[in-house]
Design a binder for this molecule. Structure first.
Ligand code: INI
Length: 156
């Protein structure tokens, strides 16, 4: 039996221009996502000068700013980083839903890969665990997924 034609993305960030959009809310967590993501991208070949970091107030503002950057045509990929931590009201649900829907919409409407590095946690402990401790670093995972998607899209 013949093998299928397989298209897969190389994890090579050489020559790419990447915008990282990061929320200030819960910055003690988000700063760990940013440093993990930039370290990952640079270790995979991105020129440190080819990265742009944009700060926004909170996760709710991520889609609008990602949309503007995607429409600019200046970036090969966009990485959205933030941390939403559940409180005592339904606010969490609204912020998570709008941020995630908005980011998916930006990616589909612009065709620019958007890495989804938004932690949505019930507790601060869960967020700490996903920001470079017990359960890894969600910023790194999202950077890797964005990179792979950029390289897949180039071949389609
Ligand atoms: N924004 C976050 O990024 N994380 C949160 O945990 C959060 N909580 O819990 O409220 C949060 N809220 C702010 C929101 O993203 C907007 O910045 C704000 O509502 C102004 O538009």
């Amino acid at each position: 039996m013949s093998a299928p034609t397989t298209i897969a993305g190389r994890l090579d960030a050489k020559g790419l221009k990447i915008a990282v959009v990061a929320a200030r809310f819960n910055d003690f967590i988000v700063d760990r996502l940013i440093s993990g993501a930039l370290d990952y991208l640079e270790r995979h070949g991105m020129d440190p000068d080819a990265g742009t970091l944009v700060r926004v107030p909170g996760a709710f503002e991520l889609p609008l700013v990602c949309q503007k950057l995607a429409q600019s045509g200046k970036f090969d990929g966009i990485l959205a980083l933030g941390a939403v931590i559940r409180g005592g009201t339904p606010h969490f649900d609204y912020v998570c839903a709008e941020a995630s829907k908005g980011l998916a919409q930006v990616m589909l409407q612009s065709g620019v890969p958007v890495g989804f590095g938004l932690l949505t946690c019930d507790t601060i402990e869960q967020a700490v665990e996903r920001a470079g401790t017990k359960v890894g670093n969600k910023g790194v995972e999202a950077a890797s997924a964005m990179l792979e998607t950029i390289r897949v899209m180039e071949q389609l």
